[in-house]
Design a protein around this ligand. Sequence first.
Ligand code: AR6
Length: 165
Amino acid sequence: MGIGVIRGDITKLEVDAIVNAANETLLGGGGVDGAIHKAAGKDLLAECKTLGGCKTGEAKITNGYRLPAKYVIHTVGPVWHGGEQGEPALLAECYRNSLCLAQKNGIKTIAFPAISTGVYGYPKEQAAVIAVNTIRDFLKDHNMEIILTAFGDVDEKLYQKLITQ
Ligand code: AR6
């Protein structure tokens, strides 16, 4: 139990839950959201349509359908507007709320993508610091295996550096 880093495609991971960096509609999109919907199949979109969207910083859970993961936890990261519009607190909420929802559903292994650091433009290093700090805080009083998924070299190096500090 603790934090780990895996380089690769989150849709391939055999974990209890993967986290989706979604948008407020929860109806799919590009990036990791598009990849998750494509791999899970149409039943995921059908379930998402019943959820009534999701506010920035919050999280909702669905089944994983054709994914190896049993569940998908959908969270909506903040769009980066320069950092003065509550982005750090909202990004931390994404990690915290996803982890709390995972805990409530008996999830023991969970993988996160680098929420907000693609289309939403959050600077990668600042986002990685928030991810690692929020996860470490959670692990003080919870037992879970939490994986940070690095989709490229930059994220992998950043995460490795932070988790060994
Ligand atoms: N596995 C792991 N990580 C991935 C994958 C993958 N298959 N594909 C992309 N990433 P983004 P955001 C990484 O843009 O910034 C969508 O359209 C990617 O390299 O997917 O939160 C939603 O519908 C980056 O590091 O999410 C929203 O509208 C990280 O995932 C919007 O994009 C997040 O990039 C959300 O933007």
